[in-house]
Write a protein that binds this ligand. Structure first.
Ligand SMILES: [Zn+2]
Length: 407
């Protein structure tokens, strides 16, 4: 790209004032500009070596000036910060930096917006000529603030960057984000979900901002590359785990022989919780803990007998699909809709997470969990996982991106 708008080459009139002689170079250094989606703005460094200049009349008393053609002008693009529209700039001659206002003056266009701008270098004193140099005010970069993943999704979020038109997400399984394997997506939102990814896969992701300026689409420097992986579904001896969390629902079943009682950690957590609840005047007890495959067969069958298959499936698990068989689920106090809204139910809603439990089948999530609201059914996850999932406001199915549906 030719940045100089003129080239006076009147060698005969040029008298070198510096000690050197021979060739000198004019460099047009555009600096590093962000990626642009159009190619007609190539801003790569270029170097133009002019032919030798002739020093003549060295001994003359006549006052002569050095043309700007002999000087190197270096500037860089800048990032929009709302106020500073002046890029760094140096003018030098044979490595010696000239002095602004003594050797040259600068005038800028009065634009402070993101886009392509120009400035004019006008030489003075012992130098002559002027040059107009282009530079870019680039959109500011974004910073990734949050990453979360499911079995087949990765969601990334970033800060909202003012004065830009949108964001470009680039992601690849290759850390170096090569063009050949990097996918891109654009959004105006401040988060984006990479969907339909294979489970247990690692991706590298960056975000850049974009701004349309004239007929160019300017792209900021990319954010830091973050690494994120989709979650892995592990099946060990017929039992499904995600993130170490046992999954038992309508999609994922337990082997017939699995389970031999309520797990010790479930019972310990319940006992601690019940003791603390009692201090608040709340009485809690377990009405159903572990249920074996055989027991569940009878439980489910009796639901079917009473209500038919369709209604039974909304309230009771088919054998092998009950969380009660895992030893990690308990029903407390009353397994009927009368429990809803009682002081006990409200206390559980507020406090069970502190003991490592979640309300497994919340209100309004039947389509997702496969079950009607059950304020009495608690699932033990341990304090850390329970807190994590409760804070997300999601069910286990939503949190991990899995289904609960009989095949
Ligand atoms: Zn239950």
């Amino acid at each position: 790209m030719k940045k100089f708008t003129f080239l006076f080459i009147t060698a005969a009139l040029i008298l070198s004032l510096c000690s050197c002689s021979g060739s000198s170079a004019i460099q047009t250094d555009g600096g590093n500009k962000g990626i642009t989606s159009t190619d007609n703005t190539d801003n790569s460094d270029t170097s133009l070596t002019k032919g030798s200049k002739e020093s003549i009349n060295d001994t003359s008393d006549e006052i002569s000036t050095v043309s700007i053609d002999e000087c190197d002008i270096n500037t860089n693009d800048i990032v929009y910060d709302g106020e500073n529209s002046k890029p760094p700039l140096t003018v030098s001659l044979s490595g010696k930096q000239l002095v602004e206002n003594t050797d040259y003056t600068l005038s800028y266009d009065d634009e402070t917006s993101i886009g392509k701008h120009h400035l004019t270098v006008t030489m003075k004193g012992s130098y002559s000529g002027s040059e107009t140099v282009d530079y870019y005010i680039l959109p500011p970069a974004a910073e990734i603030t949050d990453v979360s993943s499911k079995v087949s999704d990765i969601t990334i979020s970033w800060n909202e960057v003012p004065n830009v038109d949108g964001y470009i997400i680039r992601y690849s399984e290759d850390k170096s984000l090569p063009d050949s394997s990097t996918k891109t997506a654009e959004t105006k939102e401040t988060s984006f979900t990479l969907e339909d990814l294979p489970e247990n896969s690692t991706y590298y992701v960056t975000v850049s901002t974009t701004k349309n300026a004239g007929n160019e689409k300017l792209v900021s420097e990319p954010s830091e590359v973050i690494e994120a992986a989709t979650k892995k579904i592990e099946v060990i001896d017929g039992v499904t785990y995600i993130d170490g969390v046992l999954i038992a629902n309508k999609t994922y079943s337990l082997p017939e022989s699995y389970g031999d009682g309520l797990r010790e950690e479930t019972l310990d957590a319940f006992n601690t919780m019940a003791a603390d609840a009692l201090n608040d005047g709340i009485s809690l007890w377990i009405v159903s803990g572990f249920r074996s495959y055989e027991t569940q067969t009878y439980t489910y069958q009796s639901f079917v007998y009473d209500r038919g298959v369709e209604e039974a499936d909304r309230a009771s698990a088919r054998p092998g699909h009950s969380e009660h068989q895992s030893g990690l689920a308990i029903d407390v106090n009353t397994t009927s809709s009368e429990f809803e809204g009682t002081p006990e139910a409200i206390w559980l809603e507020e406090h069970c997470v502190d003991y490592g439990f979640i309300i497994r089948y919340p209100s309004g999530k039947e389509e997702i969990t496969g079950y009607k609201y059950e304020p009495w059914h608690l699932r033990y996850l341990g304090k850390e996982k329970a807190a994590e999932i409760a804070a997300s406001g999601l069910t286990i199915e939503e949190y991990y991106g899995i289904t609960s549906r009989y095949s």
